[in-house]
Design a protein around this ligand. Structure first.
Ligand code: FMN
Length: 195
């Protein structure tokens, strides 16, 4: 069967998705996967980041994490994608990353691989679920198989959704537990898909 290769791909500006992505990467490793943690490359000019103190701090906290390359998608058996909510959609750097995957789409490279998603917004009902659902047409166009979170996960009554893990503001412990359930499921599904 071999070790499943899991890509954790995220974007973060103020650190919420960074916290969840790092936690998910550990969870995937603990579940027996080989993990690549990658961030969608920033689109904002460096001068803007340098002049925004909170952004500058988080940006520097991510300096150990390489920017995602399209080749990371070729490498992986399963991918977990996280983006903050931007008015019910993924953040532009994450969109920009997927907009570079046309060749893979044409060649069907990702068909039959597994995907799961996570998001956050600032409000309790700030559009997290809308963001998750807005990502699915891209995943389905690639032939990726979406792994959600089933209703028997009891923490779903407090956080997360069928459509993926989420947080309102900084992820709390329950948010991270729900993300762990999703991650373990993604790893298990990936192992089965590899056969
Ligand atoms: C341009 C922009 C649009 C946003 N849109 C929403 C929104 O529609 N609803 C909401 O609750 N939060 C919104 N937010 C807040 C972020 O989604 C939220 O703070 C998120 O947790 C940030 O994740 P990060 O810390 O990983 O960057 C927006 C933030 C920005 C910068």
């Amino acid at each position: 069967m071999g070790t499943p290769k899991i890509l954790v791909l995220f974007y973060s500006k103020t650190g919420h998705m960074l916290k969840m992505a790092r936690s998910i990467a550990k969870d995937a490793e603990n579940a027996g996967a080989e993990v690549r943690l990658r961030k969608a490359a920033e689109l904002a000019p460096l001068s803007v980041i340098e002049n925004t103190p909170e952004w500058k701090v988080i940006y520097s906290q991510m300096s150990d994490i390489p920017d995602a390359m399209v080749d990371d998608l070729i490498w992986m058996d399963g991918v977990i994608v996280g983006t903050p909510t931007r008015f019910g959609n993924m953040a532009a750097p994450m969109r920009n990353f997927w907009d570079q995957t046309g060749k893979l789409w044409m060649e069907g490279t990702l068909i039959g691989k597994a995907v799961a998603a996570f998001s956050s917004a600032e409000m309790v009902h700030g559009g997290q679920e809308a963001t998750l659902l807005s990502m699915y047409p891209t995943f389905l166009a690639h032939g990726l198989l979406i792994v959600g979170i089933p209703g028997n996960v009891k923490e779903l009554y407090k956080s997360g959704s069928y459509y993926g893990a989420l947080s309102s503001g900084e992820p709390n412990d329950t948010d991270l537990i729900v993300a762990r359930h999703m991650t373990h499921r993604l790893v298990e599904v990936t192992k089965k898909l590899r056969g």
